[in-house]
Write a protein that binds this ligand. Structure first.
Ligand code: ADP
Length: 411
């Protein structure tokens, strides 16, 4: 069975073709600069790499080119497009409607459309990808996997904002959380690393990439997460501010004469590591500049780690303890310095870091000593695999995800 996983942005798309149930990646690729005459399609298979530059004016054409590449004799991963059993799409916002992945039909597309207001940058592009794929491969079932779905188990007292309730009723103003597919994937790896089923564990999952969020996962279910109604809330990120006093908005708009769009852009694109350092939102560069003695890069790094530590402390308190802490995504997986800096002041939790495993180890691993009261793990995330698994389960009529009845949260 071949499952194509698609992640569509407004001017780019990423894809991976999986052989299931073996979970083997046959090809992965990206198409960038869709809408231009020099769009770039780059791909990589087991044995070869390729790149073409051509005019690709819309998503339908991009998808047509991807399918043509998969079936071309040079690439050779498929003989014909009919071998694709199903397509799994990453969809950023599922609103309150979706707590699980779902087969796509007209009603699901309408529900995705209904959340455009909540995710104006992402959901329109995701739907564009779904509709383009329907045109190119009309007979193939399609599945939507939502970033928000995993967090739909949050109890009301955790997802509501302390503002007039009517705003939730009228406009669905509440916390949704994101990176759910990643938090779910890394949590699914815990039994293999810790030797215990997650249903008996209190887990804190730290997805630290350009975008970053922490999730509190109690008995395998998300009960809180740092991102909110949008991915701007929570941790300090590469270019996003995360939590700040909401009164700053009006104050800065007035003092600097900013429009609302400019303020929005400041908080999303010119804040976080970038805003504080004045150099970059890229953690590798921040680490390099910090080591050369750049003070603002140093402060930005300290603020970043401090805020992760605060959320870990908050979630340990929320769950009345923590058994496992997970680090994933670009920074979480690759920066021993970041992990060490976050963990060094969490010794009160009984964490004992195994420095060698933290500094020198590779891939999925435990980075604490056997005496540590909390197991800390590094787990490379794999959202595409999770999408392929969900898609595979839905088209074969299986359900791999646990049922998510409303939970009564009690530690
Ligand atoms: P996205 O949220 O875009 O998926 P990623 O998860 O790919 O982001 O993370 C990108 C971030 O990871 C960048 O800030 C990058 O500098 C950082 N990163 C990657 N490798 C390292 C490393 N070895 N040390 C520190 N940061 C790293």
């Amino acid at each position: 069975m071949k499952i194509l996983v698609l992640n569509c942005g407004s001017s780019s798309l990423k894809y991976q073709l999986f052989a299931m149930p073996e979970e083997a990646v046959l090809i992965k690729g990206t198409v960038e600069k869709i809408g231009s005459d020099d769009a770039i399609h780059a791909y990589k298979t087991d044995g070869q790499k390729g790149e073409t530059v051509s005019e690709i004016l819309d998503h339908r054409e991009a998808i047509r080119q991807v399918v043509a590449a998969l079936t071309s004799p040079e690439v050779g991963v498929l003989k014909e497009a009919a071998e694709i059993t199903a397509v799994g799409h990453r969809v950023v916002h599922g609103g309150e409607r979706f707590s699980l992945s779902t087969l796509i039909n007209g009603e699901v597309k309408q529900a995705i459309r209904d959340t455009f207001d909540l995710a104006p940058l992402h959901n329109p592009a995701n739907l564009l990808g779904i509709e383009a794929m329907e045109e190119v491969l009309p007979a193939v079932p399609q599945v939507a996997v939502f970033d928000t779905a995993f967090h739909q188990t949050m109890p009301m007292e955790h997802f509501l904002y302390p503002i007039p309730y009517v705003l939730y009723q009228r406009h669905k103003v509440r916390r949704y959380g994101f990176h759910g597919t990643s938090h779910r994937y890394v949590t699914s790896r815990v039994p293999a690393l810790v030797g215990r089923d997650v249903t008996g564990l209190k887990v804190i999952s730290c997805h630290i990439g350009n975008g970053a969020s922490v999730a509190a996962i109690w008995r395998g279910r998300s009960i809180d997460t740092s991102m909110g109604m949008t991915p701007l809330e929570g941790l300090m990120m590469g270019t996003r501010s995360g939590d700040i006093d909401p009164s700053i908005h009006e104050y800065v708009m007035e003092k600097e004469g900013l429009t609302f769009d400019e303020l929005n852009s400041m908080l999303n694109k010119h804040s976080g590591l970038y805003g504080v350092s004045g150099i970059t939102g890229d953690m590798r560069q921040i680490v390099e500049e910090r080591s050369k003695g750049n003070t603002r890069a140093g402060v930005a790094f300290s603020m970043y780690t401090y805020r992760i530590r605060k959320y870990i402390g908050a979630y340990a308190a929320a769950m009345n303890g923590v058994d496992v802490i997970l680090f994933t995504a670009g920074v979480g997986e690759n920066s021993p310095l970041l992990r060490r800096s976050v963990l060094e002041r969490l010794t009160y939790l009984g964490i004992e870091v195994d420095d060698r495993a933290n500094e020198e180890g590779k891939g999925e691993r435990l980075i604490t000593t056997p005496n540590s009261k909390v197991a800390v793990c590094v787990i490379p995330t794999n959202e595409e695999l999770m999408i392929a698994r969900d898609t595979n389960s839905l088209v074969t009529g299986l359900s791999t995800t646990p049922d998510r009845d409303s939970i009564s949260f009690d530690t």
